[in-house]
Design a protein. Structure first.
Length: 333
C-alpha cells in the first residue's frame, strides 16, 4: 500500500551557510518537525580566487555536519538529501569535501547545477504563495554567497504557481562580490562602481534567458534578502516570523542597502539583526539585491508598463524545495 506520508531531512550547503530541516511530507504539503537549523561556515572562503576549499573552511563544514548528525540521531527519517551549490561546483578539491561529509552523515552530497538549484528555490518559495494575494508571474530571486538564481514562473494562466517558465544562475553573490571587489572597509566608490558593472553585466546576461519584464511579483529569499528586510523594518533582533511574507517598498530597500553597503564592518556589528557570519559580506549582498530589484522594475516598465514598487521577503527557498521535492519523490516511489 502506498505511503500516506514520509519524514525527510534536507541539507542545503551553500557558499556562506549550511542549513538543515526535517519535515513530514504528505499530499497536503510539508509539516515541520525540526525548525531550520543554520550554521555560517563560509565554505566558499577564497574559492573565487583559488578554486579550492581552504582546510579551515572544510573543518567548519565538518563541524556543522557533526552537529546536524546529532540532531538527526534524535529523529527517525525515511531519507536524507544533502545538496551543495555554488562554491562546491567551483572547487577542484570537492571530492575531499564529499568524502568527509559522507563519513559523518552517511550520505554523499549532491552537487546540483544552477538550473536545478533555481527550480528547487522556486518550488520552496512558491509553496506558501497565496495566489489571491500576489499576482503572477512570480520572479523568485535566491541571492546566495556565491551565486544568485533568477526564476520566473507561475504565469497565473497556463502555469501552476510552482511551475518554472525560465531560470538562470548568475555567478554573483555576497561572498563572491565582497572578495572580488569590496576589499576596503568601508568599500571605496571605485570598488562599488566596479562591482555594479560586474553585477549589471551578469543581470543583463540572465535577462537574455529569463524574460524578467513579465514579472508581476518579486519574491526574495536567502539570508541577504531577509536580513536587509529585517533592518529596513527596524527590527533590533532577527525575527523570522515578522520577516516572512513582509512586503517592502523598493525605495526602502534601496535606502537600507546603500546605508549598510557604505558602513564599516565595526558599524554593522552593532546591529544584532545581522548574523555575525554575515557582517563582512552583507554589503556585497545588499548591492547585488539593489541592482536586481532596479533592473527587474525597469524591465517590467519597458515590457508592459507595469509598476513594481515592492517585493515580498520569504523564509522559504532552496531548503524547503529540497525537502518538499524529495518527500514527493519518495511518496511516488
Amino acid at each position: 500500500m502506498a505511503r500516506q506520508s514520509v519524514t525527510v531531512a534536507g541539507i542545503d550547503c551553500g557558499t556562506n551557510s549550511i542549513r538543515l530541516k526535517v519535515a513530514r511530507v504528505d499530499a497536503a504539503g510539508m509539516h515541520e518537525i525540526v525548525p531550520r537549523q543554520l550554521r555560517v561556515i563560509r565554505l566558499g572562503q577564497g574559492v573565487d580566487r583559488t578554486h579550492r576549499f581552504a582546510d579551515e573552511a572544510l573543518e567548519r563544514a565538518y563541524q556543522a555536519a557533526r552537529e546536524f548528525a546529532a540532531i538527526l540521531a534524535e529523529h527517525q527519517v525515511d531519507g536524507l538529501r544533502f545538496v551543495a551549490t555554488s562554491a562546491t561546483r567551483d572547487a577542484q578539491n570537492r571530492e575531499e569535501f564529499e568524502d568527509g561529509i559522507e563519513r559523518i552523515l552517511g550520505v554523499r552530497p549532491e552537487v546540483i547545477p544552477g538550473t536545478e538549484e533555481a527550480d528547487l528555490s522556486f518550488l520552496g518559495a512558491t509553496s506558501v504563495v497565496d495566489r489571491g494575494e500576489l499576482p503572477a508571474p512570480y520572479l523568485v530571486v535566491d541571492l546566495g554567497g556565491g551565486s544568485t538564481e533568477l526564476v520566473l514562473g507561475g504565469d497565473g494562466e497556463t502555469l501552476p504557481a510552482d511551475r518554472v517558465a525560465a531560470a538562470y544562475s548568475m555567478d554573483i553573490g555576497s561572498v563572491r562580490m565582497t572578495e572580488r571587489h569590496l576589499r576596503t572597509d568601508p568599500p571605496t566608490p571605485a570598488e562599488i562602481a566596479q562591482a555594479v558593472e560586474d553585477i549589471d553585466r551578469h543581470i543583463d546576461e540572465a535577462f537574455a534567458t529569463v524574460p524578467a519584464g513579465r514579472t508581476r511579483t518579486i519574491i526574495g529569499v536567502s539570508g541577504t534578502v531577509t536580513t536587509m528586510t529585517a533592518l529596513a523594518m527596524g527590527l533590533t533582533a532577527y525575527d523570522h516570523r515578522a520577516v516572512d511574507g513582509h512586503r517592502l517598498p523598493l525605495e526602502e530597500a534601496y535606502a537600507v542597502d546603500d546605508r549598510f553597503l557604505n558602513m564599516t564592518r565595526a558599524e554593522r556589528s552593532a546591529y544584532k539583526t545581522i548574523h555575525p557570519g554575515r557582517i563582512d559580506v552583507v554589503g556585497g549582498g545588499a548591492l547585488v539585491w539593489s541592482r536586481v530589484l532596479a533592473k527587474v522594475a525597469e524591465a517590467a516598465r519597458e515590457d508592459h508598463g507595469g509598476v513594481i514598487d515592492s517585493f515580498v521577503a520569504s523564509e522559504h527557498g532552496l531548503l524547503d524545495g529540497i525537502v518538499l521535492d524529495y518527500g514527493r519523490r519518495l511518496l511516488a516511489a
